[in-house]
Design a protein around this ligand. Structure first.
Ligand SMILES: Cc1ncc(COP(=O)(O)O)c(C=O)c1O
Length: 469
C-alpha cells in the first residue's frame, strides 16, 4: 500500500516524450510498489470498509448481487427487472439497485456537464482522416468485398490489429488468431457463452470493478465473485480464496481505481494461471497513459492462459463498436462460431477504414493528440478537486480517461451523484462498481470536457456535497 503523492506531481517517466507507438521491447514490467494517485492520507481501501463507513444496505446505497446468487437471479438483475425504465431524472437514475438499463438512464439524463467515465475527447474524432480513408477504401473496393465477410473479421483489419498490438501492447500474434468483434462488450458475451459450454459458470471480477462488465456476464448466466483490489492491483490471494476457475481483470489500468497490476502481483497471477486458472484481460483503455511507462499486456506472456480483448472505443469513439479478441487455441473455433451466430461478423466498411488509419500511422497520431488534450483536462480536474474538495482522495490519475475520488466519511455516494445531477453534472457513484462495502466516492471522467467545464463540474459537485451535509 503506498500513496501520498498526487500523480500529477510525480516526475515524468523516461518514456514521456518518446513516440507513442512503442516497440514491444520498450514496454516495462510494472514496479512492485506503485505510487497511486492519492491526495491526502487515505490510500485505496483493500478491505471491506471500516465500521464507520456505510454498508451496502444503508439508505441510498446500492444492493449488488452476491456471488452466491444463482445465474437466474443474476440474469434477472441484468435484464433490469429491479429498475424502472429510464427517464433520466436523478432519483430514477440513482434511486435504487442499478438495473441493466441504468447506464441508458444515466445517458438519457439531461446535464450541462457530463463527467461520466469511459469516453475520450469525442470532439477530437478525426473526421477528416476518417473521410479520406473511407474515400480511399471505396475507390479501391472490389464489388465482392461488399458481400458477406468472414465472421472473424476482414483479413486487412486482423493484420492491422496484430501490428497495432505488437507496437503498442507488446502482444505478438498471428493475424489469423485475431477475431474482430463489436467492442469489449461483445467479446465478453462471446466468451461467456464459450466458457459456459466449457463448464465455467463463475468468472471472478475485481472489486471495485466495472458494473457494466458484471452486467454483461450476468446476462449470459455467469456469476461474478468479487476479488479485492488494493494499491498493487488484484489480490491474487483473494482470487485463490474465491475458488473461481477464471477471472476478468483490467491489469493495465484497473477500472475504476486506476492502479496498474504490479510486478509481484503479475507473478502471482501468472502462477495461478500456470496452475490452471484462466485470465480474461480487459485492455479497455491501456493506450492512454500520462505519468508512467507503458506496461505490456498479460497476453504477451501467456498466450494459452489469457483471453485478451480491447477496442477503439477509447481511442476513437465507442459508437464505432469495433474491437478485437484473442483467445487460447482451445477456444478459437468456438469463439468464431459464437461470433458467426451473433451477427455473421462486423460490418466490413468500418473495418477497412480502421485498418487504413492503423496502418497509415493516423491512429497513433490521434493517440498523441488525445494524450496532450487529456493531460490538460486531467490536471484541471486534480487542481479543481484540490481547491473545491480538499477532503477528497484522488486515485488512479496517471493513466486512462477518468479518476476516482473517495471520501473518508460515511454517506451514500449515490445521493451525492443524484445531488450533482440535479445541479447539472453527471457522474457515477463508486458504489455502483462495488460488490462489497467500501468508502463512498465518485468515478469522474475528465477526457470528454475542456478544462473550464471540468473545473465547473467539480465546483458543482462540491456545492452538491455541501448541500448534503
Ligand atoms: C472496464 C471496461 N471494460 C469494457 C468496456 C466496454 O468497452 P467497449 O466499448 O469496447 O465495449 C468499458 C466501457 O466503458 C469499460 O469501462
Amino acid at each position: 500500500m503506498s500513496g501520498g503523492t498526487p500523480d500529477a506531481a510525480q516526475p515524468p517517466t523516461a518514456f514521456d516524450g518518446t513516440p507513442d507507438a512503442v516497440q514491444p521491447s520498450t514496454l516495462t514490467e510494472p514496479p512492485s510498489t506503485l505510487s497511486v494517485s492519492v491526495r491526502g492520507a487515505a490510500p485505496i481501501s483493500a478491505h471491506p470498509r471500516p465500521p464507520s463507513t456505510p454498508s451496502s444496505s444503508a439508505p441510498g446505497a446500492t444492493r449488488l448481487p452476491s456471488p452466491a446468487e444463482p445465474p437466474s437471479a443474476l440474469s434477472t438483475l441484468a435484464r433490469g427487472a429491479a429498475h424502472p425504465s429510464p427517464t433520466g431524472s436523478p432519483s430514477t437514475v440513482f434511486g435504487g439497485t442499478p438495473g441493466a438499463d441504468v447506464f441508458d438512464a444515466l445517458r438519457a439524463a439531461p446535464a450541462k456537464i457530463d463527467l461520466s467515465p469511459g469516453v475520450p475527447d469525442l470532439a477530437a474524432f478525426p473526421r477528416g482522416a476518417w473521410l479520406r480513408a473511407e474515400r480511399g477504401v471505396l475507390n479501391s473496393l472490389a464489388p465482392a468485398e461488399l458481400g458477406y465477410g468472414a465472421p472473424r473479421g476482414t483479413p486487412v483489419l486482423r493484420r492491422a490489429v496484430a501490428n497495432w498490438l505488437a507496437r503498442n501492447r507488446g502482444v505478438l500474434v498471428d493475424p489469423d488468431e485475431v477475431v474482430i468483434v463489436a467492442g469489449v462488450a461483445q467479446a465478453l458475451g462471446l466468451l461467456a457463452q464459450v466458457l459456459r459450454e466449457d463448464g465455467i459458470t463463475a468468472l471472478a471480477v475485481e472489486d471495485p470493478g466495472s458494473l457494466g462488465v458484471r452486467q454483461h456476464l450476468w446476462h449470459w448466466g455467469l456469476a461474478t465473485p468479487p476479488v479485492a483490489v488494493d494499491a498493487a492491483g488484484l489480490r491474487v490471494d483473494d482470487l485463490r480464496d474465491s475458488g473461481a476457475p477464471a477471472v476478468v481483470i483490467t491489469p493495465a489500468h484497473q477500472f475504476p481505481m486506476g492502479v496498474v497490476l504490479d510486478g509481484d502481483r503479475r507473478r502471482q497471477l501468472i502462477r495461478w494461471a500456470d496452475e490452471g486458472g484462466l485470465i480474461v484481460e480487459d485492455d479497455y483503455d491501456a493506450e492512454h497513459r500520462y505519468d508512467r511507462p507503458p506496461v505490456p499486456a498479460l497476453r504477451s506472456m501467456l498466450a494459452e492462459q489469457v483471453c485478451y480483448t480491447g477496442s477503439v472505443s477509447k481511442l476513437l469513439a465507442p459508437t464505432l463498436r469495433v474491437g478485437w479478441l484473442l483467445v487460447p487455441t482451445r477456444y478459437r473455433e468456438a469463439v468464431v462460431a459464437a461470433k458467426r451466430f451473433a451477427d455473421l461478423g462486423n460490418a466490413a466498411l468500418p473495418q477497412l477504414v480502421l485498418a487504413s488509419l492503423m496502418e497509415s500511422g493516423e491512429l497513433e497520431r490521434q493517440l498523441r493528440l488525445l494524450r496532450r488534450r487529456h493531460i490538460r483536462r486531467r490536471d484541471a480536474m486534480i487542481e479543481a478537486i484540490g481547491a473545491d474538495l480538499p477532503g477528497a482522495v484522488v486515485h488512479g490519475a496517471a493513466a486512462g480517461l477518468h479518476l476516482v475520488i473517495t471520501f473518508d466519511a460515511d454517506f451514500p455516494d449515490a445521493d451525492l451523484a443524484a445531488a450533482a445531477l440535479a445541479r447539472g453534472v453527471k457522474t457515477q457513484p463508486l458504489s455502483w462498481h462495488r460488490q462489497r462495502p467500501g468508502r463512498p466516492g465518485l468515478v469522474l471522467g475528465y477526457a470528454a470536457n475542456p478544462p473550464t467545464a471540468v473545473a465547473e463540474g467539480v465546483a458543482t459537485i462540491a456545492a452538491a456535497l455541501r448541500e448534503l451535509r
